[in-house]
Design a protein around this ligand. Structure first.
Ligand code: NAP
Length: 471
């Protein structure tokens, strides 16, 4: 019997769809799942009639693969990934390649790359984005590790990836855990944009008194623009329209207002703090999820701290896409990307990842959750200036900031007056206003630090380090 080209471990939502994608692209496959009944169920359903076989144990799995073996793991991140690596390692031989496509912490990937490359196995830590549909039809993939290992899997990945006008949505990201780092930042940006759209929905509903269908119409308008045309705006429109067949009311209004988070948003913020990158919009989105999960406390506080009595405000018309609100959403979305790109730039220099920013923007243009028409502008901005310190000062983005800032300020101040929380929009306003202020009040902070702790300070009028006896 001829050996299979490709092996997949982990028949969860992602694994199942990715192996169907590989097989469709001409790579016969063998699958293994810890719980064998899932393998059997898959082979009798979506996997039937295809060049896909199953293995009951890892020895059989490895034996069914041609050499050098190419194995993709799609299992839960953390301990389960380590468990699978240690279970399969005894069966691997020199030159075999193991790819972790899960959402692993990039420092775990650094460790695994070092350990496995020592044993002469190739190891790739690869971020995959696109959800179930993307995995099947073409995801965006962010592989990191040694270049030689990447080359061994490149033909397969290029065929499996989403395709955009300038090529497949996969590229070699860089060494070590860089692929998982870039995927983490992708998810941080995703957190930001989701929260921004949730805030705009809240404003349209509670402050502008709009119905679900009207809000959906605004989303459809936004999705037709260059600045906001994106997968996330598209699915927001869909989420606003779907009705419960039982009573014809909108499903979204029946969903509990508690948002979960699995780690990548938190890791983005931790990395940003460690690397000294300013990511307030992304941080605000993470904190909004944390606050949302405090449902019991919020119910109690609403009665003690006085329920907000909303007054209606005018944020424009549906026909012009709620202009000031659109300004606010565009700038907060741009800020999310700008903060993510800035974080990657710092990580690239700190960890020597040598990230190529235009290529990262390119592979995010299709397949992934944050795909949007803005990414072409981001790609152009970094092609124009590979050393760009912040997206906001690229000419195209700077014009957006200058033109749309009054709209953002109007929405944030209006929301503040009526008491509706807009954490991402207000953080964005502070972010942009801070970034465009040459002199911030941290001179006083430095004075206080020197006063209580003799931390010393620098001066604007002469070189050196100074200390003053303040009291
Ligand atoms: P998942 O629910 O995260 O993982 C399910 C798979 O992991 C199953 O095959 C399960 O096997 C296996 N597994 C769990 N613990 C294991 C252990 N200790 N040893 C061996 N196998 C173990 O499935 P998923 O949503 O498809 O995600 C897979 C990976 O992709 C995760 O790292 C996830 O974060 C990442 N990811 C997910 C998405 C998404 O949209 N869902 C997108 C991008 C990346 P059993 O059947 O035996 O339990």
């Amino acid at each position: 019997m001829s050996k299979a080209h490709f092996g997949l471990i982990g028949l969860g939502v992602m694994g199942e769809n990715l192996v169907l994608n590989a097989e469709r692209n001409g790579f016969s496959s063998v699958v293994y799942n810890r719980t064998f009944s899932k393998t059997e169920a898959f082979l009798h359903s979506r996997g039937s009639g295809r060049a896909i076989t199953g293995a009951k144990d890892l020895r059989d799995f490895v034996d069914q693969l041609e050499r050098p073996r190419r194995i993709l793991m799609m299992v839960k991140a953390g301990q389960p990934t380590d468990a699978v690596i240690s279970q399969i390692s005894p069966f691997l031989e020199e030159g075999d390649l193991l790819i972790d496509g899960g959402n692993s912490l990039f420092t775990d990937t650094e460790r695994r790359v070092a350990e496995l490359e020592k044993k002469s196995f190739g190891y790739i830590g690869m971020g995959v984005s696109g959800g179930a549909k993307g995995a099947l039809e073409g995801p965006s993939m962010m592989p990191g590790g040694t270049k030689t290992s990447y080359k061994a899997i490149e033909p397969l990945l290029r065929k499996m990836a989403a395709q955009v006008e300038d090529g497949p949505c996969v590229t070699y990201i860089g060494p070590g855990g860089s692929g998982h780092f870039v995927k983490t930042v992708h998810n941080g940006i995703e957190y930001g944009i989701e929260q921004i759209l949730a805030e705009s929905y809240d404003l349209m509903k509670r402050v502008c008194g709009m119905q679900s269908e009207e809000i959906a119409d605004v989303m459809a308008y936004w999705n037709g623009t260059e600045e906001l045309g994106s997968y996330l705006v598209e699915i927001t429109e869909a989420c606003m329209r779907v009705k419960d067949p039982l009573d014809s009311t909108h499903v979204v209004e029946k969903i509990m207002d508690k948002a979960g988070q699995k780690g990548t948003g938190l890791w983005t913020v931790i990395s940003a703090l460690e690397l000294g990158a300013s990511v307030p919009t992304i941080y605000a989105s993470l904190n909004a999820r944390v606050m949302s999960s405090m449902k019991t406390q919020r119910i109690q506080a609403e009665s003690i701290l006085k329920k907000i009595d909303i007054k209606h405000l005018d944020f424009g018309n549906t026909s012009d896409g709620m202009k000031p609100l659109m300004d606010a959403v565009v700038l907060a979305t741009i800020a999310s990307y700008a903060q993510g790109m800035e974080l990657m730039r710092r990580a690239s220099s700190e960890y020597n990842y040598k990230l190529h920013m235009p290529s990262i923007a390119q592979i995010w243009k299709g397949g992934c959750i944050i795909r949007s028409s803005l990414l072409r502008r981001i790609q152009d901005a970094y092609n124009l200036d590979p050393q760009l310190s912040n997206l906001l000062i690229d000419p195209w983005f700077a014009e957006q900031v200058i033109r749309r800032l009054p709209g953002l300020a109007k929405v944030v101040s209006g929301a503040a007056q009526v008491g509706v929380p807009v954490p991402c929009l207000s953080s964005t306003l502070d972010y942009i206003n801070s970034y465009r202020t040459a002199r911030l009040p941290q001179n006083l902070v430095q004075a206080m630090r020197d006063c209580f702790g003799s931390h010393t300070y620098e001066r604007v009028d002469k070189e050196g380090v100074f200390h003053t006896e303040w009291i």
